[in-house]
Design a protein around this ligand. Structure first.
Ligand SMILES: [Ca+2]
Ligand SMILES: [Ca+2]
Length: 166
């Protein structure tokens, strides 16, 4: 029994010893990039308040710049406007480079369809929030996660939103 106990304890230590460095190695680069928003910070300083909303395929404003829009786009998956085709259900980070005004908040919708999309879930990004480097931290008014699921957007007033992204 004693011999068996020692063997088990040793095996347990080996598992811990192997698991800790591996877990740390994986968590640090990914977590660091996501949390600091270093690339989003860079792009925000490039674009400033040029009047557009932007979205990227990757987290922290990396991957493909899906589009930049000074107006609304009621369908990110159609063949017109600043967001088209594969832009639908692809955004993992977004930025509000809007200029101060009445409609300087961006509402992102889970579905396409303009005004009709409100009921299917939305969440709003204020100018003062600047950007969201990881959409998976946010959810729509209907509860669904926002990562890889935005299908349309519109510039709205803050008073028109009941939920804000962070
Ligand atoms: Ca994505
Ligand atoms: Ca479109």
């Amino acid at each position: 029994m004693r011999k068996m106990f020692i063997a088990t304890a040793a095996a347990g230590l080996t598992v811990l010893g192997l698991a800790l460095p591996t877990g740390t190695a994986h968590a640090t680069p990914a977590g660091g990039t996501t949390i600091t928003g270093a690339t989003c910070d860079y792009w925000y300083h490039q674009y400033g308040t040029d009047g557009n909303v932007r979205a990227w395929s990757g987290k922290d404003c990396t991957g493909t710049l899906l589009g930049a829009a000074s107006g609304n786009d009621a369908n990110w998956g159609d063949s017109s406007g600043p967001f088209q085709g594969a832009d639908d259900n692809s955004a993992s980070s977004v930025m509000n480079n809007g200029t101060a005004g009445a409609r300087d908040v961006v509402a992102f919708y889970r579905l396409a369809g303009g005004g009709d999309a409100w009921a299917s879930g939305y969440n709003c990004l204020k100018r003062t929030e600047l950007y969201v480097d990881d959409l998976s931290r946010n959810s729509y008014t209907t509860g669904q996660n926002m990562n890889d699921s935005i299908s349309s957007h519109a510039w709205v007033t803050a008073s028109g939103c009941s939920r804000f992204m962070s």
